[in-house]
Design a protein around this ligand. Structure first.
Ligand SMILES: CCCCC/C=C/C(=O)SCCNC(=O)CCNC(=O)[C@H](O)C(C)(C)COP(=O)(O)OP(=O)(O)OC[C@H]1O[C@@H](n2cnc3c(N)ncnc32)[C@H](O)[C@@H]1OP(=O)(O)O
Ligand SMILES: NC(=O)C1=CN([C@@H]2O[C@H](COP(=O)(O)OP(=O)(O)OC[C@H]3O[C@@H](n4cnc5c(N)ncnc54)[C@H](OP(=O)(O)O)[C@@H]3O)[C@@H](O)[C@H]2O)C=CC1
Length: 301
């Protein structure tokens, strides 16, 4: 019998490079938006203690929003709250929550609602997976990924929608998924879950439109964040080759897309999927005349 291939990283390994934007970057990076774009809006961002969720929290605060974040790791949440307070002078709301627990999700939505008097936008960003050949997935591993990315997102969507319906208020949901158009070998679990979220979103965009609830998805490609620690260094060295631009996006690229969907500029966009991947979805053509030299490592000259 072949032993399953497993990469189980030590997330505190000091020999691995730190990845993702620094807190200074998040405080200072230029934005295309006007500073009061989200004034008076409340955003609840899951997985806001790191990566894209943290960048989205920073940007939303910088654009005037009230922000609440959740995650499982209280230290990450507290650190994000403290650094945002230090850099912007604004206090965000944090609540330790696993989105896999529907009762905890109900409590979270209730607390944020009570704290800010309502929620305008829910950003379902929490999620993740581990890389593994599908044939070797354990039952527990499969269930963990489906439970987080599909069920967890669903609990958040349903609970928020129930509140909006009860309150007679409009709602806005932004689901961070992944670029799954061509499948994702060694990530079949997440691919299945994200495809589920995309079609759940498209369906509910119709079903919940009469409640004035809009739902859209953002499908990131390769975005360099702290989450890259889940992958072996030799794989990470190839990640940029997944798109014809031969580069990685960063958390700010996604944060700015989230701000757009949270803003009034997106008021007529519903049931859509924005792919943010440097062209990854189209990459992999056969080049019948031979691949031009300028596509060699390093990208176009
Ligand atoms: C593949 C290319 C994708 C490239 C683009 C995408 C990039 C990113 O998404 S980067 C962001 C990545 N960030 C994360 O993934 C962080 C969040 N991820 C997680 O927290 C875990 O991966 C989780 C989704 C599995 C969380 O579930 P949790 O219940 O906390 O999981 P456990 O750690 O307790 O494990 C449960 C079960 O899952 C199996 N398993 C977990 N890790 C691995 C692994 N590295 N390899 C193989 N199997 C794994 C395993 O069966 C675990 O059970 P036990 O063996 O009893 O621990
Ligand atoms: N980086 C990339 O290239 C891509 C990322 N994505 C997806 O984008 C999202 C953000 O990823 P990224 O910022 O890169 O990675 P991170 O690992 O930094 O972010 C994932 C966040 O999800 C939170 N989280 C995970 N499980 C749960 C749970 N059960 N309940 C609540 N929070 C949870 C984590 O917080 P905590 O540990 O505190 O629970 C963490 O803050 C994820 O869904 C990811 O899979 C999609 C495509 C590409």
């Amino acid at each position: 019998m072949t032993a399953p291939k497993i990469f189980r990283p030590d997330l505190n390994d000091p020999t691995r490079p730190k990845r993702g934007l620094t807190e200074q970057d998040l405080a200072e990076k230029a934005t295309v938006y006007r500073p009061d774009l989200l004034d008076g809006q409340t955003l609840l961002i899951t997985g806001g203690g790191s990566g894209m969720g943290k960048a989205a929290a920073f940007l939303a605060v910088r654009l005037g929003a009230n922000v609440a974040i959740c995650g499982r790791d209280v230290e990450k949440l507290e650190r994000t709250r403290d650094v945002i307070a230090k850099e912007t002078g604004k206090e965000i709301f944090i609540q330790t929550t696993t989105i896999r627990d529907p009762e905890a999700v109900e409590e979270l939505i209730g607390s944020v609602h009570d704290k800010f008097g309502g929620i305008n936008t829910v950003v379902n960003n929490a999620g993740g997976q581990f890389p593994q050949d599908a044939i070797d997935f354990t039952r527990k591993g499969w269930l963990a990924v489906i439970d987080t990315n599909l069920n967890g997102t669903w609990w958040m969507m349903q609970e928020a929608a129930k509140r909006w319906r009860t309150d007679g208020k409009p709602g806005n949901i932004i689901n961070i998924v992944a670029n799954v158009e061509r499948g994702m070998p060694q990530a079949a679990h997440t691919c299945a879950a994200r495809a589920g979220v995309i079609y759940l979103s498209k369906t509910l965009a119709t079903e919940w439109a009469p409640f004035n609830i809009r739902i859209n998805c953002i499908g990131p490609g390769v975005i360099e964040t702290e989450g890259f620690a889940m992958y072996p260094e030799e794989a990470l060295a190839r990640f940029h080759q997944a798109n014809p631009m031969k580069m990685r996006g960063d958390a700010w690229d996604v944060a700015e897309a989230i701000a757009y969907f949270a803003s009034p500029a997106a008021r007529f966009i519903n049931g859509d999927l924005m792919i943010l991947d440097g062209g990854q979805a189209q990459w992999g053509v056969i080049w019948p005349g031979g691949m031009p030299d300028y596509f060699n490592e390093g990208g176009a000259a």
